[in-house]
Write a protein of this length. Structure first.
Length: 342
């Protein structure tokens, strides 16, 4: 019997958290989004004893995408959940040891040639190299009653089948001007919802792929509001409407039963103490490392010689699933290069 259960205590009871088995670990990958999964697959397939850890679950933000249409090899599109499931099967096939939920607390870099990943439960995993792929977490808007409606399930940060299912034929709002917001708007409209797409910028194409912007503009169920900001949420228990501020200071009230928020993310980099970061907290790698860093760094290498950063966590990265997968796969080549000195 578990009382006040958390994902961590349930994982421990089920044996999902990491426990040493006596075998030396070559590579620890922290974060199981597309970048981390790719790194684990390529590491294990090339003979490295690889451990993959994630605080919550596999797939990261990509797993919550309703449909990814521009990922190579899937002309009909693929859901983030399906892509994650296939990648997990691939990782297991090559012998990756997957532990999730399994939270990482930090790194011990006292030995330049033997980084140690420290788990929240105190367990330590000495290894030969670390690939950090913890990505970023969703931003929330500073609007009164945001937390109340979030707790009530009226505010979502993904548009998976499960998120979209309850909002057929209802007025909903999507906030954000990048691809994830565009995909969410189209998914909701396809299920019969009436969608208000709110963006602060004045051109939908600034941050969104052209094919998505064209579909949104042509869709009869989607209304685009440029140069606009959500200022107020209203409803008794559940969300019923929002107030939008438009250019010139005019305020309009729109019917809204659910709000889907895609306004960017902040890096999950707090556990990487001792590693150089940009002002915004994203991890500096190779060419972006501060002047005077010793030696010529390998691709994806951080300021710590055997620690690499990939995917959304890396400063200057392109926030695309394909880019994250490429980062993870390519970083393994750098791992092999540094391990060749052992």
């Amino acid at each position: 019997m578990l009382r006040r259960a958390t994902p961590g205590t349930v994982a421990q009871a089920l044996g999902l958290t990491y426990r040493a088995d006596g075998r030396p670990v070559d590579l620890v990958v922290v974060g199981a989004g597309p970048a981390g999964l790719a790194a684990a697959v390529y590491g294990a397939s090339e003979g490295l004893l690889t451990v993959l850890l994630d605080r919550s679950g596999l797939g990261g933000q990509a797993a919550k995408s309703a449909r990814i249409e521009n990922y190579l090899g899937f002309p009909q599109g693929v859901s983030g959940a399906d892509l994650t499931r296939l990648a997990m099967v691939q990782a297991l096939k090559f012998g990756v040891r997957i532990h999730s939920p399994c939270a990482v607390a930090g790194l011990d870099l006292s030995d330049d040639r033997r980084p140690v990943v420290v788990l929240e439960d105190g367990m330590r995993i000495p290894c030969r190299a670390v690939i950090a792929a913890t990505g970023a977490h969703y931003r929330r808007l500073d609007i009164p009653r945001w937390a109340t409606f979030e707790q009530a399930g009226c505010i979502r940060y993904a548009a998976t089948e499960l998120d979209v299912r309850d909002h057929e034929n209802q007025p909903v709002t999507v906030i954000g001007g990048a691809n994830s917001a565009g995909q969410a708007a189209l998914s909701l409209a396809a299920r019969g919802a009436t969608v208000d797409l709110i963006i602060r910028g004045h051109d939908l194409r600034t941050r969104m792929s052209s094919y998505l912007a064209d579909r949104i503009r042509a869709h009869s169920r989607i209304q685009v509001h440029t140069g606009s900001t959500v200022r107020e949420l209203a409803g008794d228990g559940t969300l019923t409407s929002i107030v939008v501020e438009r250019p010139g200071g005019r305020h309009d009230r729109l019917a809204c039963r659910a709000l889907f928020c895609f306004v960017g993310a902040d890096p999950v980099s707090g556990w990487l103490a001792g590693v150089a970061k940009a002002d915004d907290g994203f991890i500096l790698t190779d060419s972006r490392l501060p002047a005077g860093s010793s030696g010529k760094p390998l691709p994806f290498q951080t300021s710590a010689p055997r620690v690499f950063a990939v995917g959304d966590l890396r400063s200057g990265s392109t926030k695309r699933v394909a880019t994250a997968v490429g980062d993870g796969a390519s970083a393994v080549s750098s791992v092999h290069a540094v391990l060749a000195d052992d």
